[in-house]
Write a protein that binds this ligand. Structure first.
Ligand SMILES: Nc1ncnc2c1ncn2[C@@H]1O[C@H](COP(=O)(O)OP(=O)(O)OP(=O)(O)O)[C@@H](O)[C@H]1O
Ligand SMILES: [Mg+2]
Length: 226
């Protein structure tokens, strides 16, 4: 039976602990939840455990202890899009991500076209990957997740390599997608101006959530600290 929580919460993490083989603890009773349909950001200094937490959420690492509840239709977007775009052209890359879905040729085409339209890059379906800007590459990586009907997007510093204009475009377009398609997103960043687009934010310190909530309050707090 679905509980109220599972209806309204898309990502739930309780008392999560994780240590590398060296024994160094990285996540320390980390607890957070992200409501369905919302765009939340994860902040914290270098080494505070943000990327490790995203990898645990994606099932790429196994926690030492604690609970994770998250849907199985996940999309992961990395800091460097060159690490995840593998085919020579935009259309081929998105179609390649659909191989395990066992779709017909027509269904695949339709998913590719719909996902490109969702990120406003329909005209680039035949464009070679090397001929895209960094911001366009990130939007193609996001289109790949949309094509697979991802419900939860995990984005690890997707704007780190982008200039200011591409950064703003990307964060605005992810917010719009989340709202239009009722997705949920957890977005890791060091760039405080991106908080203007968030519904909420978490502050991670030494693997623990030490503050959470209103993104504008957290922005102010971190600006005062810097
Ligand atoms: N593969 C690994 N083996 C051992 N230790 C690791 C490994 N990957 C990361 N760590 C360590 O785990 C800790 C948390 O790293 P993590 O990458 O999660 O931090 P982060 O918050 O994402 O930092 P940044 O802002 O620099 O991206 C760091 O001390 C890091 O050195
Ligand atoms: Mg990181």
């Amino acid at each position: 039976m679905l509980t109220d929580r599972s209806i309204t919460t898309a990502i739930s993490v309780r008392d999560l602990n994780f240590a590398w083989a060296s024994g160094e603890p990285v996540l320390d009773r980390c607890t957070l939840s992200v409501p369905k349909g919302e765009f939340w950001m994860l902040l914290g200094t270098n080494g505070s455990g943000k990327s490790t937490l995203l990898r645990l959420l994606a099932g790429l690492l196994k926690p030492t202890s604690g609970d994770i509840e998250i849907g199985d239709r996940l999309g992961f977007v990395f800091q460097n899009p060159d690490h995840q775009l593998v085919m020579p052209t935009v259309g081929a890359d998105i179609a390649f991500g659909l191989v395990s879905e066992n779709l017909s040729f027509q269904e695949t085409q339709q998913r590719v076209e719909e996902s490109l339209s969702a990120v406003n890059l329909s005209q680039m379906i035949r464009r070679p990957i090397y001929a895209l800007s960094g911001g366009q590459k990130q939007r193609i990586a996001i289109a790949g997740a949309i094509a697979r009907h991802a419900e939860v997007l995990l984005l690890d510093e997707p704007t780190a390599l982008l200039d200011g204009e591409n950064q703003t475009e990307l964060v605005a377009s992810v917010r719009e997608l989340v709202k239009q398609k009722n997705l949920t997103a957890l977005w890791v960043t060091h760039r405080l101006n991106e908080l203007d687009y968030a519904d909420g934010a978490f502050l991670l310190e030494r693997g623990k959530v030490v503050d959470k909530g209103d993104p504008m309050r957290l922005k102010q707090l971190l600006l005062e600290r810097s």
